[in-house]
Design a protein around this ligand. Structure first.
Ligand code: GUN
Length: 287
């Protein structure tokens, strides 16, 4: 038996095609603004992909590529302007930010109804009480792929490796909201293997190439690999030894082409949601 490959490229293109149709018949093009600070190479690639994805489906996108020396007050001023720009429905500030800027302050400054990354405390709070508005894109994409795998989450033991605000924590909330029993492991977890061997669903966001070996896996598990690690020869590999676990797992996401493409697709979905929220809002409060 060989694990089913959960193809994120195929699923993302279905989601994008359906969004494109909706956008085509919308009153105006939804607007997405991406803000990037400094010259982090990975961030440049991620933001470029997001902008390209937006353009392909009819979302009007604007990029602010800012010098790494920009001050915190200047960045806050830009966010304030974008919050009040009626043509901009979604705002994303690519992370990480330079050390002299408080990530927390910046994320809190983004209007919670334009926060398409779902990182504002209000949106995190809504997710944690089971009333999500904007769900962070990577965990949201993972949930979609889990549904595509056919796994029924009710009562399932889900083990997450990684407790970041962007992936691990919102993933735990989403899975709890879907009735899974959730264990969150991290870099200080002792005997990691003891936990992963009990996982019906294993979500790995450790940033550690091939951390997860065949003997870590429960037979029949569904595995989501969120790791993107570049080897010295340029090759991209995940946090899971994909080839090694293929004969043990029920389903697995490849790297590349698994969770990655889903993140951009979910950002577009969140931008569409932001646009529709804005439309409702403008009906209720005509200017
Ligand atoms: N940095 C790493 N992942 C993300 C993401 O999903 N959104 C933003 N804004 N920055 C990131």
């Amino acid at each position: 038996m060989s694990a089913k490959i959960l193809d994120g490229r195929v699923r993302a293109s279905q989601i994008l095609a359906s969004l494109k149709e909706k956008i085509h018949s919308a009153a105006r093009a939804p607007g997405l603004c991406a803000v990037r600070v400094g010259d982090n190479h990975a961030s440049e690639i991620y933001v470029r992909n997001k902008i390209k994805c937006a353009q392909e489906i009819g979302i009007r996108s604007v990029l602010h590529a800012l010098d790494k020396q920009i001050s915190e007050p200047e960045l806050l001023r830009l966010i304030h302007e974008l919050n009040h720009d009626s043509q901009i429905d979604g705002i994303l500030v690519q992370l990480p930010l330079p050390a002299h800027i408080s990530t927390e302050k910046i994320l809190q400054a983004i209007s919670p109804v334009k926060d398409v990354d779902g990182f504002h405390p209000e949106n995190i709070g809504l997710l944690s009480i089971g009333k999500p508005r904007f769900v962070p894109c990577t965990p949201k994409g993972c949930l979609d792929l889990i549904q595509a795998s056919g796994l029924d989450l009710l009562g399932t033991h889900a083990v997450i490796i990684g407790r970041s605000n962007i992936v691990g924590k919102p993933m735990a909330q989403l899975l709890m909201n879907s009735e899974a029993t959730v264990t969150v492991c991290h870099k200080n977890t002792r005997n990691l293997k003891n936990f992963t061997q009990q996982a019906d669903l294993l979500v790995v966001a450790a940033g550690s190439p091939h951390l997860i070996k065949p003997d870590f896996i429960k037979p029949g598990a569904v595995i989501l690999d969120i790791g993107i690690n570049r080897l010295p020869d340029g090759k991209l590999i995940g946090d899971v030894d994909t080839e090694g676990v293929m004969s043990i797992a029920r389903a697995i996401t490849p790297v590349p082409g698994g969770v990655g493409p889903m993140t951009s697709a979910m950002l577009m979905e969140n931008t569409w949601i932001a646009y529709t929220l804005g439309i409702q809002h403008s009906h209720r409060y005509p200017e």
